[in-house]
Design a protein around this ligand. Structure first.
Ligand code: ADP
Length: 501
C-alpha cells in the first residue's frame, strides 16, 4: 500500500512545517519586547500601544449599578451590571441584531439613533424605576441635563473598531471594519455621537467610558479574580486576537492628549498585538501563511493575528487540505474508484462543500479533531461529513487531517505564549520581591482559548521554555477565563471614569 504510506509521511512532513521551536519562541519574545518599547515611545509602529486613560485595575470591592453597551459586529448588546463589591456581580442583558442597512447608513446619526433607541427599550424593560423617573422628570424639567446625579446611569461603551482614543470617554473613529461603512462617521467622536442621540431621547444616561474589549477583559478578570494582586493582562483569542496590560507611566514616552489620574503611576495600554511583526522578522511563514495573507482583504497587516486567531486557523488548514487534495501522488479523501482527470472529482467530498471556498472551514472542527481520542476517530469523521460533506473518510484520512490540524493549533498556542511571556516579563512581576509567591494573573476570553482542547496547556508548555520564566515562573502565571468580560469590564471602566469626573 505505497499510497497510504505516502499520506502518513506527507501529513507528518506538513505538520513538521508548523513546528515553532523553543529557540524561535525565545527570539520572538525578545522581538515582541523590543516592539512593545518602540510602541510606547512613538506613533506609527508595529505594535500601536494605545494609551487607554484607564489608570488602574479593580480589586473586587467596587460597587454600584452601571450600564454597558457593546457594538462589535453583528449584534448590539445592552446590559446593566450590579457590582456587589465582593468580586461578584449580577448582569441583565439584551441583544439585538444590527439591521444591515444601518451598517452602511448615509449618516452616523441613523446608526446611533438606533443604538440609543435600544438603550431606551432596555431601560423600559429592565429598569422601569429609572425609566419612570426619567419620564416624570421629562414632564417637569426643560433640560435633559437637569437629572439629579444619583439618577444618572453611567454607561461603558465597548466599541470594537479602530479608534484614536483621546480621553476616557472620547475617541475618534479611524476606520470601519467587519462590514460597516458609514464614511460620515470617520474622524468623529463616537461617544459624542451616542450621547447626542441619548440626549435627544432625554434618557438619564451618560456615556462615561469608551472601552476596548481587551481592556474590558482585563478589568473584569481583575474584579473577579481571586487573590490580592490585580490582573496584569487581558487577552482575547477569538475571531481575532489582542491584549491590554498595565504599564508603568514612566515607560510611556509618547505624549498624551487627555486628562488622567497620575497618582497610580500606571496606565492600561491596548497593545493591538494582532499586528506584531508585520515585517515577519520572527514570525513563521509557511507557503500556506503566504497564500492566506495574499487572498485576505488586508495583505501585509495583522500578520500575528493571521497565525493565531480563530478566524484564520481553519483557513490555514483548508489551504493545506486543498493542496493535498490536488496532489495526484497523495491519497487524501480520495474516491478510489474515480479515474477522473479533474482533481475535485477524484475526492469523496461533495462538489458544493464549503471546503472549496475561502473561510469555508470553521476552526471549531479543529477542536473536534484535537478532542477526538477514539481509536476510529469516529467523532471527527462524523463532523467532516456533517460540516464539510466529506463522505466515507478513511481512518488514515482522518488521522492525517488531525495531525495537520493539531500542528496548526499548537503553533497558534506557542505564538500566543510569545505575547503573554513578553508582557509578563515587561511587568517585572516574576522578580519583584513585593510580589513574591503571588501569582501573576492573566484574564483571557474567546472561543479559541475557551474551547480548543489543551490550548492553555500548550501555552504553559511554551512559557516554561522561555528565558526569564522557566518552569518555576510558568507555575506562577495564572491564566483564567474572564466571564462576561465585555459587560462587566465596561461597567468597571464607567466606574473608574465616574471617579474622575
Ligand atoms: P468573537 O471573538 O467574535 O467575540 P468568539 O470568541 O466566539 O467570538 O470567537 C469566534 C471564533 O472562534 C471564530 O473564528 C470561530 O471559528 C472560532 N471558534 C468557535 N468555536 C470554536 C471552537 N470550539 N474551537 C476553536 N475555535 C472556535
Amino acid at each position: 500500500r505505497p499510497l497510504k504510506m505516502t499520506l502518513e509521511a506527507q501529513s507528518a512532513a506538513i505538520a513538521a512545517r508548523f513546528d515553532y521551536t523553543d529557540e524561535q519562541v525565545n527570539s520572538a519574545v525578545n522581538e515582541f519586547r523590543r516592539q512593545m518599547t518602540e510602541g510606547l515611545e512613538k506613533d506609527g509602529t508595529s505594535l500601536s500601544q494605545i494609551p487607554t486613560y484607564v489608570t488602574g485595575v479593580p480589586n473586587g470591592t467596587e460597587k454600584g449599578l452601571y450600564m454597558a453597551v457593546d457594538l462589535g459586529g453583528t449584534n448590539f448588546r445592552v446590559c446593566s451590571i450590579q457590582l456587589n463589591g465582593d468580586t461578584t456581580f449580577n448582569l441583565t442583558f439584551s441583544k439585538v441584531a444590527i439591521p444591515r442597512d444601518l451598517m452602511v447608513a448615509k449618516t452616523a446619526q441613523e446608526l446611533f439613533a438606533f443604538l440609543a433607541k435600544q438603550i431606551e427599550l432596555f431601560l423600559q424593560t429592565h429598569h422601569e424605576d429609572h425609566f419612570e423617573q426619567h419620564v416624570r422628570r421629562r414632564m417637569t424639567m426643560s433640560s435633559p441635563d437637569g437629572y439629579k446625579d444619583e439618577h444618572v446611569f453611567r454607561l461603558g461603551f465597548t466599541f470594537s473598531f479602530p479608534v484614536q482614543q483621546v480621553g476616557i470617554n472620547k475617541g475618534t473613529l479611524i476606520r470601519w471594519t467587519k462590514g460597516f461603512d458609514i464614511p460620515d462617521a470617520i474622524g468623529k467622536d463616537v461617544c459624542a455621537l451616542l450621547q447626542d442621540e441619548i440626549d435627544k431621547l432625554h434618557l438619564p444616561v451618560k456615556v462615561a467610558a469608551l472601552v476596548n474589549d481587551t481592556v474590558g477583559t482585563l478589568m473584569a478578570r481583575s474584579y473577579s479574580s481571586p487573590g490580592k494582586t490585580g490582573t496584569v493582562l487581558g487577552a482575547i483569542f477569538g475571531t481575532g486576537t489582542n491584549g491590554a496590560y498595565v504599564e508603568k507611566l514612566s515607560n510611556l514616552k509618547k505624549p498624551l492628549s487627555g486628562e488622567y489620574d497620575k497618582t497610580t503611576g500606571e496606565m492600561v495600554i491596548n497593545t493591538e498585538w494582532g499586528s506584531f511583526d508585520n515585517q515577519l522578522s520572527v514570525l513563521p511563514n509557511t507557503e500556506w501563511d503566504v497564500a492566506l495573507d495574499k487572498a485576505s482583504p488586508n495583505p501585509g497587516i495583522q500578520m500575528y493575528e493571521k497565525r493565531v486567531s480563530g478566524m484564520f486557523l481553519g483557513e490555514i488548514l483548508r489551504l493545506v487540505t486543498i493542496d493535498l487534495l490536488k496532489d495526484p501522488k497523495v491519497s487524501f479523501f480520495k474516491d478510489e474508484n474515480s479515474s477522473s482527470n479533474d482533481w475535485k472529482s477524484t475526492t469523496n467530498i461533495v462538489s458544493d462543500s464549503s471546503i472549496y471556498t475561502q473561510w469555508g472551514l470553521d476552526t471549531a472542527i479543529m477542536s473536534v479533531a484535537a478532542a477526538d481520542n477514539t481509536p476510529e476517530l469516529s467523532t471527527l469523521r462524523g463532523e467532516l461529513e456533517k460540516q464539510l460533506g466529506i463522505y466515507s473518510a478513511g481512518l488514515d484520512d482522518a488521522q492525517a487531517f488531525k495531525a495537520i490540524a493539531n500542528a496548526i493549533g499548537r503553533r497558534s498556542a506557542r505564538l500566543s505564549a510569545v505575547a503573554i511571556a513578553a508582557i509578563v516579563l515587561q511587568t517585572g512581576k516574576l522578580t519583584d520581591p513585593a510580589n513574591a509567591d503571588e501569582p501573576v494573573d492573566i484574564g483571557v476570553d474567546g472561543s479559541l482559548v475557551e474551547h480548543y482542547p489543551y490550548f492553555r496547556d500548550m501555552i504553559y508548555e511554551a512559557l516554561s521554555a522561555i528565558d526569564g520564566i522557566g518552569e518555576e515562573g510558568a507555575k506562577r502565571i495564572r491564566i483564567g477565563i474572564a466571564k462576561d468580560g465585555s459587560g462587566v469590564g465596561a461597567a468597571l471602566i464607567a466606574l473608574v471614569a465616574a471617579g474622575m469626573e
